[in-house]
Design a protein around this ligand. Structure first.
Ligand SMILES: NC(=O)C1=CN([C@@H]2O[C@H](COP(=O)(O)OP(=O)(O)OC[C@H]3O[C@@H](n4cnc5c(N)ncnc54)[C@H](OP(=O)(O)O)[C@@H]3O)[C@@H](O)[C@H]2O)C=CC1
Ligand SMILES: CC(C)=CCC[C@@H](C)[C@H]1CC=C2C3=C(CC[C@@]21C)[C@@]1(C)CC[C@H](O)C(C)(C)[C@@H]1CC3
Length: 419
């Protein structure tokens, strides 16, 4: 069993591609945050080289690590939420997941507000932003190396399909070997995907908003709107937490550097870039009408994102749900059906379309003078196109020629009549 070779094709450009990503992802997080300064905000103007003190700070590392364990403790202790089951594994078993993300989010926000009222020095975060980023990168490498070593102590059938025994250290460390690293009932991938990074992003946004308010003694409406959009997006993700159990990350991908660093460093420090930009560039002010227009555009994106995701999740949970009986479906030889009307008749990933509209709206609020606050929608378009291709490959394997029939029926990938 141990020597059984996988015939899976290497993803992300194999060893070379994953080596590049292992190096480039953390450097991008640092570079873009350094470049997004007050004096200039250009990718091409090299930012000043930071000092060692700016990069490494023991207090920042302790706070960052403390935040991770704070989230871990409240996840384990808060009683609210429900137990949900993931999709069947290779051995047909289903793992259970404690879904108390929304209560952990509310608890974290309340804890932050109380701590602030009692004098939490939020400026520390803003002043030491770089050392927090470096701490998150250091923490991610440590955790992913630990997970790589741990994966050698688990049975073969707990490893991912794509990695198995194939691939170099660089490749396996990046993509992760173990599918669902667990300590008893505690699932580390599920936890990392939705808790420390996602909630941490909102706490960073709050620190930025407070910093701005303290500087100018007034509320910056553009910044407040961006922080509201981010907060709403995260609250929604945690409210619908169990929906993540059918995503590619949980079903296919291992917990390696990609997901660890993606969740614990990339998400909080790059997804908050629009807020940081508005703090550094307070001159970006919009009329009330423009703010309402942004709000409505975000609402359109959100409606497409949420309604399409919920429709598919409901259908996967219970294909006989009477409220879905009007939808057209395509029967596949695997026994599963695919939706081909309503949201899922528009394109093969209508949920990506909604997500991309929201991403673009958040950047539009930052104006049109600089490219850095547009990093999120640009990278996100690439991520989702690539993700769509990976999903297409998985589905073709799963559904065979039925998938081709499906692609002929639902022609567009993300945006109807465009792509
Ligand atoms: N903000 C961020 O950084 C990111 C956000 N996201 C968001 O996460 C969400 C989930 O994304 P993701 O997991 O990639 O993809 P999807 O939610 O599109 O899930 C793909 C799976 O859904 C099932 N499926 C596909 N088409 C149909 C159909 N017509 N009818 C029924 N089932 C179908 C298939 O699985 P099966 O048939 O086996 O059930 C397929 O493998 C998206 O909204 C995306 O925008 C994703 C990445 C990053
Ligand atoms: C190459 C590279 C930068 C890899 C890292 C990718 C990760 C940052 C993303 C992979 C899938 C993600 C999802 C979310 C956040 C970003 C990552 C981790 C998500 C939790 C955001 C909130 C959404 O509502 C979601 C729950 C649908 C989503 C799930 C996927």
């Amino acid at each position: 069993m141990k020597n059984k070779k996988s015939n899976a094709v290497e993803e992300f450009g194999g060893t070379f591609g994953t080596l590049v990503l292992t190096t480039v992802l953390p450097l991008t997080t640092i570079y873009l945050n350094l470049a997004c300064g007050k004096s200039s905000c250009s990718i091409l103007t090299l930012p000043l080289m930071p000092t060692m003190e700016e990069m490494f700070n023991t207090t920042s590392l302790l706070i960052y690590t403390g935040w991770f364990f704070f989230q871990l403790i409240i996840h384990l202790l808060l009683p609210f939420g429900s137990i949900q089951y993931g999709l069947p594994l290779k051995n047909d078993k289903r793992l259970s997941y404690k879904c108390n993300g929304f209560s952990c989010f509310i608890f974290s926000v309340l804890a932050f507000v109380v701590a602030y009222i009692f004098g939490l020095p939020t400026s520390f975060v803003y002043k030491h932003y770089l050392s927090f980023i470096v701490s998150s990168i250091f923490f991610s490498f440590t955790l992913s190396l630990f997970l790589y070593i741990k994966s050698f102590s688990v049975p073969y059938d707990k490893l991912t399909d794509s990695v198995n025994v194939k691939g170099s250290f660089i490749y396996q460390h990046f993509l992760g070997r173990e599918l669902n690293p667990r300590f008893g009932d505690f699932d580390l991938k599920f936890f990392c995907e939705l808790r420390p990074g996602l909630i941490g992003w909102i706490i960073l946004d709050f620190c930025i908003l407070i910093e701005d308010f303290q500087k100018h003694n007034s509320l910056n409406y553009s910044l407040a709107l961006v922080v509201f959009f981010h907060t709403f997006y995260v609250a929604d993700a945690l409210w619908h937490e169990e929906a993540i159990l059918s995503t590619m990350d949980i079903v296919h991908d291992g917990l390696g550097l990609m997901l660890v660093m993606g969740n614990l460093s990339w998400v909080p420090f790059l997804y908050s870039l629009q807020a940081r930009f508005l703090l550094e560039h307070p001159q970006i002010q919009w009329s009330f009408c423009a703010l309402v227009a942004f709000f409505l555009l975000n609402l359109v994106g959100y409606a497409i994102f949420r309604l399409s995701n919920s429709q598919k999740n409901e259908f996967r949970k219970n294909p006989h749900n009477p409220s879905l009986s009007h939808l057209k479906t395509l029967r596949t030889s695997s026994g599963k059906k695919l939706l081909v009307s309503s949201w899922w008749g528009l394109s093969r990933h209508p949920n990506y379309m909604g997500d991309l509209i929201m991403a673009l709206t958040w950047s539009l609020v930052t104006g049109f003078q600089h490219i850095i606050p547009y990093f999120y929608p640009i990278y996100f378009t690439y991520l989702l196109v690539h993700r769509g291709m990976r999903d297409d490959a998985h589905c073709r394997k799963k559904y065979g020629s039925d998938w081709d029939t499906y692609c002929d029926t639902v022609h567009y990938k993300i945006f109807p009549y465009i792509y």
